[in-house]
Design a protein around this ligand. Structure first.
Ligand SMILES: [Zn+2]
Length: 464
């Protein structure tokens, strides 16, 4: 056992025995868990250390006073999920609160990185390592917060449940297992997804907004193929698989998907209008929030890649293959189209739209991924009220923005299971420091004590 691990073990035991508690002690606990978890290679495949991390976290929680039967480890193939229940006395009569994150990380190759991805490296004001941002700091802070609350004698008015998945970055099978086979254990009034959302810091170093993600667009990839009998290229015909496919793609490039707005995207544009410095965009956002049929506002927003997705479904050509020899007429040509479907719209309806736009009955269509559509989570006063109070303790007056995420998290599966989910964290970061899934992933160090404060405050707000 390394010295700091011994120290932390001693801290947890001493706290458990004497009831002594200083916020700093628990920041040390969080740091130690964070450091150890970064050093575990929780990557899909042979040698996946996610089960080891789950056992390690369970050990810390037990030392911190959690009963064996309040910790469930769920082995699944090469990985594992875990569920930790902090029992309340039920005085509020309310359903539990679920807080979810994931223990696995995206693969990282030592030779590609400047520093060892599986060692927590402290440099300047940053922590470097795979999983520092996505999302082991959250896992460590949540576990340490549970230990802290327990040592403080906190008795929640409703159960609080931590659910850590083990393959969020790949198959998301452990999340499905939790929602299907452990439904009674994860059932909750709402789920907080500690992976996404959070504070945004401008390049000037000042926080400018705090995002809570309420929904995710549905991911669908479609292959469209034009076929032809082909032949010798010295004898061209009028019909040609590449030309047929090209015409369909050209139609798609000109097509405008219907304008859509939800309670959430309306609130998002209303809030964001006050945050952007460009007056043309700000005006378009404000107009669009008032009237989604304002054509000028829609045209303006749709001219920006970062905003078009919040105005409706998008589908775009991403891959192309065709033909088999430079001296032969192509027998087939295939394009892949990737769609991000607006919540509430079905995959089938979107595919029908694509088929109509292509306007060639001879084309063959195929959805190539497993489409999983989740509803939008309704705006929730309990969630947002607490977030506003807690975030404003750190940053008075900071705008809190409900948003729709374009990526995918475990929240999708909880929403599909009927548990409204909201993604937020205690992390504040510049977008230029965001290297999730990429090289040299990092997180500013001040996020560790801040996350400890924020989770402690949020949990006591929701379950005090
Ligand atoms: Zn993540």
């Amino acid at each position: 056992m390394k010295l700091y691990q011994l120290m932390v073990s001693t801290i947890i035991s001493t706290i458990a025995m004497t009831g002594m508690s200083k916020a700093q002690d628990f920041n040390d606990v969080a740091y130690s868990i964070f450091k150890d978890s970064i050093e575990m290679r929780t990557v899909v495949g042979v040698g996946n250390e996610t089960p080891k991390l789950a056992a390690y976290l369970a050990d810390h929680l037990k030392k911190g006073g959690f009963a064996d039967n309040d910790i469930t480890i769920i082995p699944h193939e090469d990985t594992a999920a875990m569920i930790i229940r902090y029992r309340g006395d039920g005085r509020s009569g309310k359903k539990p609160i679920l807080i979810s994150s994931h223990m696995d990380v995206v693969e990282a190759l030592r030779e590609d990185w400047v520093r060892d991805p599986f060692t927590l490296i402290e440099e300047g004001d940053m922590y470097f390592g795979r999983g520092t941002l996505d999302t082991k700091l959250n896992v460590a802070a949540l576990v340490a917060t549970f230990i802290r609350l327990k040592s403080e004698g906190f008795i929640p008015s409703r159960d609080i449940v931590l659910a850590f998945s083990g393959d969020e970055e790949t198959a998301m099978a452990t999340t499905k297992v939790m929602t299907k086979d452990y439904r009674d254990q994860i059932d909750a009034a709402f789920a907080i997804i500690a992976d996404g959302g959070g504070g945004r810091i401008g390049e000037d170093g000042k926080a400018f907004s705090y995002t809570v993600s309420h929904s995710e667009k549905t991911f669908m990839s479609v292959e469209v193929t034009a076929r032809n009998t082909g032949g010798h290229s010295s004898r061209p015909k009028k019909d040609n698989a590449i030309y047929d496919l090209s015409k369909a793609m050209l139609n798609l490039s000109k097509y405008e998907f219907p304008v859509l707005q939800s309670e959430l995207t309306q609130a998002y544009f209303e809030k964001t209008a006050g945050l952007v410095t460009d007056t043309v965009i700000a005006e378009a956002m404000a107009e669009f929030a008032k009237d989604k049929n304002d054509k000028t506002a829609v045209a303006t927003l749709r001219s920006y890649p970062q905003y078009i997705g919040a105005t409706g479904t998008t589908c775009v050509a991403t891959l192309l293959k065709g033909g088999h020899a430079d001296n032969a007429l192509p027998q087939s040509a295939t394009a892949t189209i990737n769609c991000r479907i607006f919540p509430g719209i079905s995959a089938e309806a979107t595919l029908d739209q694509l088929i109509a736009v292509a306007s060639n009955d001879a084309l063959e269509w195929r959805i190539i991924n497993n489409v999983e559509a989740a509803p939008e989570s309704p705006l929730n006063e309990v969630v947002m009220g607490a977030v506003e109070r807690v975030v404003h303790e750190e940053y008075p007056g900071l705008p809190i923005v409900p948003a729709m995420s374009l990526g995918a998290t475990d929240g999708k599966h909880f929403r599909m299971a009927g548990i409204p989910s909201y993604a937020l964290t205690g992390i504040f970061i510049k977008s230029s420091d965001g290297f999730s899934h990429g090289l040299n992933e990092r997180v500013p160090q001040d996020n560790l004590p801040r996350s400890m404060r924020i989770w402690h405050s949020l949990i006591t707000e929701w379950a005090g």
